[in-house]
Design a protein around this ligand. Structure first.
Ligand SMILES: O=C(O)[C@H](O)COP(=O)(O)O
Length: 204
């Protein structure tokens, strides 16, 4: 038996547009982000998907994306589980700062290390490793068993919480996952075997 896991990053947020570090701060989607979420819903509808359960984070941009996808698909009665284990990585003291201003203050290289190293956290925040340490146990306990049992599950979350999941599902090294950019509003479909391992990755 195979199950289906669909991962989608939220549409463009107001702070993506302003080029601000966001993390656990809570901006909503922009008009473009709303359009991206609706387009994701249309793409999933065109493929005939329906969901046994859906998951999202405790943050507005991901919740709103999920709501818009379900609305576009005409799905009204599915369970929505919201949990902060799926939140974006906490950007700590960088939250709310402009990414270009941060580069001017701390230098290009240091900011790149904070954004794209595996285990160096930004001041007061979480590294990708820290993020994976809270996201993966939640995935293993709440999401993977459902997919392994044959369900179809949609997860609307964030660039770095999804990186943590993709790394585990695809068996990527830290170097490989850090090169993977997860675009806003573009669903990825994974067929998983009954032991939770990957059968096929399909990009919509
Ligand atoms: O939290 C943020 O600022 C972004 O959503 C993700 O940031 P990143 O591109 O630095 O990983």
């Amino acid at each position: 038996m195979t199950g289906t896991l669909i991962l989608v990053r939220h549409g463009e947020s107001e702070w993506n547009l302003k080029n601000l570090f966001t993390g656990w701060r809570n901006p909503d989607l922009t008009e473009k982000g709303i359009g991206e979420a609706r387009a994701a819903g249309q793409a999933l509808k065109a493929k005939g998907f329906s969901f046994d359960t859906t998951f999202t984070s405790a943050l507005k941009r991901a919740q709103h994306t999920l709501d818009l996808i379900l609305e576009e698909m005409g799905i009204e009665n599915v369970t929505i589980v919201r949990n902060q284990a799926l939140n974006e990585r906490d950007y700590g003291d960088l939250s709310g700062l402009n990414k270009d201003d941060a580069r001017k203050k701390w230098g290009e290289e240091q900011v790149l290390i904070w954004r794209r190293s595996y285990d160096v956290p930004p001041p007061g925040g979480e590294s990708l490793k820290d993020t994976a340490e809270r996201t993966l146990p939640y995935y293993k306990a709440q999401i993977e068993p459902r997919v392994a049992a044959g369900e179809t599950i949609l997860v609307a979350a964030h660039g770095n919480s999804l990186r943590a999941l993709v790394m585990a599902i695809e068996g990527l090294t830290p170097e490989e996952i850090l090169k993977r950019e997860i675009a806003t509003g573009e669903p990825t479909v994974y067929e998983l075997k009954s032991d939770g391992s990957l059968k096929e990755r399909i990009k919509l």
